[in-house]
Design a binder for this molecule. Structure first.
Ligand SMILES: [Zn+2]
Length: 627
């Protein structure tokens, strides 16, 4: 702490000075100066840095451990994903399920349907059919049924074309009748199997005919159905012989809905267990920064004050309250200057009072300061194509210019917040080039937080360590104050897939009509509060983290290797690369009740779904003996 340093200095001066009188005067004057400094420091609201609860490993360690973890997967695959080359829907399903299995650390094989033969079945516990044309299975259908009857677990990954071959599976799938594809306007959860699912119905933006209209036998457990007046079953499970069936009749195979499909898959078999991140982070765009330019019409309309006053008197108070209410730790990303300068000397911004005020307040709340840029020009060179979308943006003439600007903002920020480590970077407008990304690795930055869901030229990411340089990717999932149906579903999906939430807020939403300025800040803030109320109700267990802490959580999540097996009343989870922590979601499909757990602890987070905290690399979950 600065105060301690000042006291130490003072003590030193005292020792040296008591030999002569001039020294005494010097001390007196020094003391007065120091008091003045201390008062001034107080006025600037000194912050204390909160200790991160989990630590980042070094880049070198991450590169090495990532390599090790990639070589480790030697477990025999238990899941077979059957795809159909050249079919568009099958390709989409493959693009969805492969990363889902990878991230669930499920061992799987992918096979083209033309290569499938019955002799392979015995090697697998689970077969996921991601194909459109079931006549291609004609020769194996009878064997598939037999395999399920004797204990195999079969999933239909998306609604296929109805054919005689598909219909011949109806007796094991539990389908009575089917019709045409049909509209799904929204999802209704009949069963509380997904975190947050039963809190409300979730609607689909740009809905289309994405499910098969069908009716089911009574012995199917329907987990999700459509919100239509005559609902269509979307996800169901059925036991057949010693095996099980899951049909995922929800045909939207996009990244935002991964969690729905991951949850459907987890219903297959007796149990499913997969690692998760367990974290919630909140990033504030351009914060602190100079007063944002923009149209203050609605600020004047509602508050009759300047944009600058609005931020310090209204906006910050509300944002502060939100953090207090939901225990959030903000990560603000700094902009030094709103210029469009891309070359020459990058001048220091001397107007620092706003930076001190907001930055220190944020740090006092236990938050973190990250880097957004010297200005708001994305780190791209002349070779980058903006496709005429960002007319106001100027490209950087050289890597050296980008580097100079980046060094300036890092130095500026470090001067302002001396004890803060600058580890998080958010690319302006979510645009980042390969050259810019490479440059970041040469600075103090350890985590890049761009976007999870792709739009146009946005820098899309997964929650992972970059194998080449150890940079940790922590994409933001939702943003803004207008949480539309798409974002709602994406948030729900990610609670269940990664047990994570990352939100991004633009302080200048109130200045931008496209982002809801006309609604007024009170309404926008109300929306934001509603979203966090939903999140907190759905998933109160999420650990609230800063940008660096969540990066640390992602590193442990990404490195973990999982091997699982079940025997009698015990589930064995073997973990590779357990360093500080590991979190898992465990789904139990046979009504098993947990009696005790060795090497960890658990919390029930939905019906039959448990959050496990594992602290040993051998975890044993023992089930109560069922009557
Ligand atoms: Zn920004």
């Amino acid at each position: 702490m600065k105060f301690d340093r000042i006291k130490k200095k003072l003590n030193k001066v005292k020792k040296e000075s008591h030999i002569n009188l001039t020294g005494m005067y010097v001390i007196g004057i020094l003391y007065i100066i120091l008091m003045v400094v201390l008062v001034a420091v107080q006025a600037n609201v000194r912050y204390t840095i909160r200790d991160d609860r989990i630590k980042l490993l070094s880049k070198e360690e991450l590169v090495n451990l990532k390599k090790v973890s990639q070589q480790q997967n030697k477990v025999v695959p238990k899941t077979l994903l059957v795809v159909e080359d050249g079919d568009v829907a099958s390709q989409k399903a493959k693009n969805l399920f492969v990363p889902v299995f990878e991230q669930m650390k499920e061992e799987y094989d992918v096979l083209d349907v033309t290569e499938l033969n019955s002799r392979m079945f015995e090697n697998y516990d689970k077969i996921v059919l991601a194909i459109s044309h079931y006549p291609m299975l004609a020769e194996t259908i009878a064997d598939i049924k037999e395999w399920v009857r004797t204990g195999g677990n079969l999933m239909v990954a998306y609604p296929p074309e109805v054919s005689g071959s598909f219909q011949s599976l109806y007796d094991i799938l539990g389908i009575k009748d089917s019709g045409d594809t049909t509209m799904v306007e929204g999802l209704h959860f009949n069963n509380d199997f997904m975190i947050g699912g039963t809190l409300k119905d979730y609607f689909i933006i740009d809905a289309y005919d994405c499910a098969l209209g069908l009716s089911l036998k009574d012995d199917c457990d329907i987990y999700i159905q459509s919100t239509e007046e005559y609902p269509v079953p979307l996800v169901w499970r059925r036991d057949f012989g010693d095996g099980s069936i899951v049909v995922d009749n929800f045909g939207i195979l996009e990244k935002a809905y991964r969690g729905i499909h991951c949850s459907a898959y987890s219903l297959l078999g007796d149990y499913c267990v997969y690692p998760v991140i367990n974290a919630e982070a909140f990033y504030i765009d351009d914060f602190p920064s100079p007063v944002p330019g923009g149209d203050g019409t609605y600020v004047t309309r509602d508050y009759n004050m300047s944009i600058s006053d609005f931020y310090s008197r209204i906006w910050w108070n509300d944002i502060h309250d939100l953090a207090q209410k939901y225990g959030l730790y903000y990560t603000g990303v700094i902009i030094e200057d709103y210029s469009n300068q891309v070359s020459g000397e990058f001048k220091r911004n001397e107007e620092i009072s706003r930076f001190q005020y907001f930055g220190n307040m944020l740090l006092r709340l236990g938050g973190e300061i990250g880097i957004h840029g010297y200005n708001h020009m994305p780190l791209v060179l002349d070779n980058f194509d903006y496709k005429d979308q960002y007319d106001a943006y100027v490209q950087w003439p050289s890597v050296l210019d980008m580097r100079n600007a980046l060094e300036e903002v890092i130095d500026f920020t470090q001067e302002l917040y001396k004890e803060e480590e600058l580890l998080v970077y958010v690319p302006p407008s979510n645009v980042l080039s390969g050259e810019g990304r490479k440059l970041l690795n040469e600075t103090s930055i350890r985590s890049v937080a761009a976007v999870y869901l792709s739009t146009d030229m946005a820098y899309e990411q997964e929650f992972e360590i970059t194998p080449e340089d150890g940079m940790i990717n922590v994409p933001r999932i939702t943003s803004g104050c207008i949480i539309d149906e798409y974002m709602e579903l994406a948030a729900l999906s990610e609670l269940n897939f990664h047990f994570v939430n990352t939100h991004f807020l633009h302080p200048d939403d109130v200045l931008d009509e496209d982002r809801g300025a006309k609604l007024g800040w009170a309404r926008l803030y109300g929306n934001l509060c509603d979203y966090f109320e939903w999140l907190n109700t759905a998933c109160p267990w999420l650990r609230k983290m800063t940008g660096t802490e969540i990066a640390a959580a992602v590193q442990f999540y990404d490195l973990i290797g999982v091997d699982r097996s079940i025997k009698d009343n015990e589930l064995f989870i073997h973990l590779d690369n357990l360093i500080d922590e590991s979190w898992m979601l465990l789904r139990l499909n046979k009504g098993q009740k947990i009696d005790a757990i060795k090497g960890g602890s658990y919390t029930e987070v939905a019906d039959g779904l448990y959050l496990l905290e594992c602290n040993k690399d051998e975890v044993v979950v023992r089930f109560a003996i069922q009557e």
